[in-house]
Design a protein. Structure first.
Length: 561
């Protein structure tokens, strides 16, 4: 995509880069990276990082690498790698030939570890994980040196090589950086940089039984790729001294600069990949691409567009401190994009049969309907009209309250693109449920206006019963009932029991018979809907992407008063 499609505006990261370029730092290059762990699907928070890293690189005629941090094979899957690549491409970005893996550097990282050992800056420790935590100290108390901290470089080198050779059981020994157990920063208290883990790797197979830790592999991978600006979220701010320490201790080709920005926190949304995995594994949702999930795959399936997500990321900007963004803004960006591009159609979610008694038996008319009033180039379509129609169940009330202007006994309303109709009779079943309306129509009102100038207060959408296409419609609400489910002691207690409602008897106009998965439409008066991949030739399935009610616009209007 071009930079003009996504403008980050003025922000502190751009200011840092501008100053670096002024001083010809990094030989005038700007190289960023997006480094996901392949242990789950990407979510909307990752989209912000993707947009930021790829756009900054493009703006400065640099490049952005896609690098998988595949240093923990016990949690990684090829499925996640493939999904991440699909998501980045779908958002509109391309890494070209610059696709990398931390596993590309396993041999070099091992050699770096040996260099630290030889320099007396790393040692093999036999403490158990529990003992290491106990020795580490607290935020107010310094840690204690490991009893193995003063092993000689020769002994450490021998033990580390034997770790690689597979002589020791998993968890029995680790390699630790030798820094400062009294440091006020807990990350600097002799962090573990290698552990024994006999798990086959998706790329290296059984070649390795020791794997580097993230805090060791990440800065060195950045340096080996000659990254100039390593942009990450604020939770890594306390890790920056360790990032810089590894870079300073080792002969790397470039010293990248780590820069932290505020991560995205979205109301009513869980942003923890670990907790999202629990939702999938417990069957609370129907997979990573469940339309209720904040994953990019879930948003895509629900009907979100890349343009809307990029617009959202641009609007929230880049900040130095964390804050909570109202999900209404994301939905507002989506409505703005779909309003411009989604064709208008008519669909009835809860059908109520209407028989127009004075309409000629067997007659079918084709009404001309506008495909999108925002884009005249999208033209018009023909919608069949006949004696028997379906309208929405809640567009009729037998005993309406004062401000209900839709159809009621003796009342006249307009049918969109059709005629005025008046309800003359109500048919009920044995249980007293309304199952059918009898109406009359005024043939002089074709197109929705009366020659005598009389007005009606409501316009209803409809479909012709003889031509309607049956569909299943899935209505989605927020998955959680509280604004910050991540702060809850048990996030599952905040789940919304009404997050999904399935309507199995919906009817849509016949033009949708050939609708393909991923296609988006505005169902007039109802909202935006997307064709789900579950659709078959026998059954169309639609997901409601977002309603028409724009709560963000109301929030903004209220704030501006």
């Amino acid at each position: 995509m071009s930079v003009s499609e996504f403008n980050l505006g003025s922000n502190f990261i751009r200011n840092i880069i501008n100053e670096d370029l002024k001083q010809n730092k990094n030989d005038g290059e700007v190289i960023t990276r997006f480094p996901p762990e392949p242990n789950g699907y990407l979510h909307i928070g990752h989209a912000k990082s993707i947009c930021l890293n790829f756009t900054l690189a493009a703006e400065y005629n640099g490049r952005c690498h896609l690098r998988f941090d595949d240093t923990n094979p016990s949690k990684e899957e090829v499925e996640y790698i493939e999904s991440i690549q699909e998501d980045v491409r779908w958002l509109g970005f391309d890494w070209g030939e610059h696709l990398y893996y931390a596993s590309d550097y396993f041999e070099q990282l091992y050699e770096y570890a040996e260099l630290l050992i030889k320099a007396g800056k790393a040692y093999v420790c036999d403490l158990s994980p529990e003992e290491i935590r106990a020795y580490r100290g607290t935020l107010t108390e310094p840690g204690k040196n490991s009893p193995y901290r003063e092993r000689s470089a020769e002994e450490n080198l021998d033990l580390f090589r034997r770790m690689r050779a597979g002589e020791f059981p998993d968890g029995s020994r680790v390699l630790r950086a030798k820094i400062d157990m009294a440091s006020p920063n807990l990350n600097m208290r002799d962090p573990v940089i290698y552990r024994i883990l006999r798990v086959p790797h998706h790329r290296t197979g059984d070649k390795w039984c020791i794997y580097p830790m993230y805090d060791f592999a990440h800065p060195l991978s950045d340096a080996l790729e000659k990254i100039t600006h390593s942009i990450c979220t604020l939770e890594f701010e306390d890790h920056r001294p360790l990032y810089d320490w590894f870079i300073e201790q080792l002969p790397v080709p470039r010293a990248p600069q780590q820069i932290e920005f505020a991560r995205l926190n979205l109301t009513y949304t869980m942003m923890s990949k670990r907790k999202l995995l629990q939702l999938v594994e417990r069957g609370i949702v129907q997979g990573w691409d469940d339309p209720r999930m904040p994953t990019i795959a879930g948003l895509r399936r629900r009907g979100y567009t890349p343009a809307a997500i990029r617009d959202f990321c641009e609007r929230i900007g880049v900040a130095k401190s964390n804050s909570m963004v109202d999900i209404a803004l994301l939905e507002h960006c989506l409505r703005e994009d779909l309003n411009k591009h989604a064709p208008r159609v008519m669909g009835v979610l809860r059908p109520l049969k209407v028989v127009i008694e004075n309409y000629p038996e067997g007659q079918v008319e084709e009404m001309e309907a506008v495909n999108n009033p925002e884009d005249p180039t999208m033209g018009v379509r023909k919608v069949p009209f006949s004696k028997v129609l379906y309208i929405e169940e809640d567009d009729f009330m037998e005993d309406p309250p004062k401000k209900f202007y839709r159809l009621a006994p003796g009342r006249e309303v307009r049918l969109r693109y059709g005629y005025f109709i008046k309800c003359t009779d109500v048919i009920k079943d044995e249980a007293g449920k309304i199952v059918e309306l009898r109406c009359t129509y005024d043939p002089e009102t074709k197109g929705g206006s009366a020659p005598d100038g009389r007005k009606v207060k409501a316009t209803l959408h409809w479909v012709s019963a003889a031509h309607a296409v049956p569909a299943e419609v899935r209505l989605y609400e927020h998955l959680f009932t509280v604004e910050d489910p991540g702060a809850a002691e048990d996030f599952t207690e905040c789940l919304n029991p009404r997050s999904l409602e399935v309507l199995s008897s919906a009817m849509v106009e016949p033009i949708l018979r050939e609708a393909t998965p991923g296609s988006s439409y505005q169902f007039e008066r109802l909202g935006y809907f997307c064709v789900d991949p579950d659709s078959t030739a026998e059954k169309l399935v639609f997901n409601r992407t977002v309603s028409l009610r724009d709560t963000w616009a109301k929030i903004q209007k209220k704030q501006n008063k």
